[in-house]
Design a protein around this ligand. Structure first.
Ligand SMILES: [Ca+2]
Ligand SMILES: [Ca+2]
Ligand SMILES: [Ca+2]
Ligand SMILES: [Ca+2]
Length: 359
């Protein structure tokens, strides 16, 4: 359900582009192609690998998506790190239980069988770093895909060809047209995405700007969360999309007026209300750090920064509070097993079984 006609109100291309990106990334590659067909379109479906050259909307370990939505899996991402996939919903409960017990004893550095906020904070920072290392590794492969001649530099035109090829255009024809400086016939939606990518591309080109991206700069392009300059750029984009009165700050009403579901099926009023409630809570309790009812770019930047230790400590406290049944501000193994679904995304039916025997 679209919220309050916000989509119509904002025609900014960043907003549309991020919507388009969301749409492209949320569905399978073969369905991701824009409906408007151009003569350059190729019939072969784009492979998954090709799509990895596109900046993701969702960044692991970052509290907000590039389109301004809250990252629903954030606390699981910072708790599990790269072991996210280990806890698939249908995976063996015994195995999950064992893994969770292993994690518990790793987080509990001083081995007092209890996780303190400080221990959880340290763990969160470690897992965040793990996501970053994962991004660096993946970036190596993605960069190789956009830099086939391996000279370590990619031009915007080279990237543009790869991007359009990943959208189902014929790579050779597109390359030929760009070379001859001929006009490319692309549909409006793809054009919007291209323009937003182009802004981001040149933003990632570190000074002195040479119009080429090396592997490091390409990493900033795909993963803006770990570069200060790009983090600022990402925040600017998000604020531009949500800001309605143009003061470059966000009020609560601006923050909650984002359309919730643009890709998924229509949601009921109830889910809609929960969504607003959650967003409101995040705005008031977390993002608006000085509690003046306004979120500035600086506040949003702090909030989005995955390496911010203060955020990690806050998150640690929040995570502990969710499961802290005996109210001692620490997590014991029983508590973490009982709230397994919160921490790992998968439920344990027999969480209480002989906890003490397993140590
Ligand atoms: Ca401890
Ligand atoms: Ca505003
Ligand atoms: Ca504020
Ligand atoms: Ca406790």
């Amino acid at each position: 359900m679209l919220r309050g006609g916000a989509l119509r109100r904002r025609s900014g291309r960043g907003f549309l582009a991020s919507l388009a990106l969301l749409a492209l990334l949320a569905v399978t590659p073969s369905r991701a192609r824009p409906a408007n067909v151009s003569s350059l379109k190729d019939k072969s479906p784009s492979s998954k690998e090709d799509n990895e050259i596109l900046p993701p909307d969702h960044l692991n370990g970052v509290k907000m998506e590039m389109d301004g939505h809250l990252n629903k899996d954030f606390h699981q991402e910072v708790f599990l790190g790269k072991e996210m996939e280990e806890f698939e919903e249908d995976s063996e409960p015994r195995r999950n239980r064992k893994k969770l017990i292993e994690i518990f004893s790793k987080v509990d550095i001083n081995k007092d069988r209890s996780i303190s906020a400080k221990e959880m904070q340290r763990w969160i920072m470690e897992k965040t770093e793990e996501h970053f290392q994962e991004a660096v590794r993946e970036n190596k492969l993605s960069f190789r895909a956009v830099d086939p001649d391996g000279d370590g530099h990619v031009t915007w035109d080279e990237y543009r060809v790869k991007f359009l090829a990943s959208k189902g255009f014929n790579e050779k024809e597109v390359a030929e047209k760009i070379k001859k400086n001929e006009e490319l016939k692309v549909d409006e939606e793809t054009q919007e995405v291209l323009e937003s990518l182009k802004d981001r591309w040149f933003q990632a080109d570190n000074p002195p700007a040479d119009q080429l991206l090396n592997e490091q700069e390409f990493l900033s392009f795909l993963h803006p969360e770990h570069s200060r300059g790009m983090l600022k750029y990402m925040v600017k984009e998000i604020v531009r999309d949500l800001d309605q009165d143009g003061d470059k700050k966000l009020t609560l009403s601006e923050f909650i007026s984002l359309p919730m579901g643009t890709v998924e099926n229509q949601h009921g009023q109830e889910i809609d209300d929960d969504w607003v409630k959650e967003r409101k809570k995040e705005f008031q309790e977390v993002i608006d750090a000085n509690k003046d009812g306004i979120v500035t770019m600086e506040e949003l930047e702090e909030y989005m920064d995955p390496m911010n230790e203060y955020n990690a400590l806050n998150e640690a406290k929040q995570m502990i509070a969710v499961a802290d049944e005996n109210q001692n501000h620490n997590l014991e193994l029983e508590e973490i097993l009982k709230y397994s679904e919160y921490f790992t995304g998968s439920k344990l039916m027999d969480y209480a079984r002989n906890v003490h025997e397993e140590f």
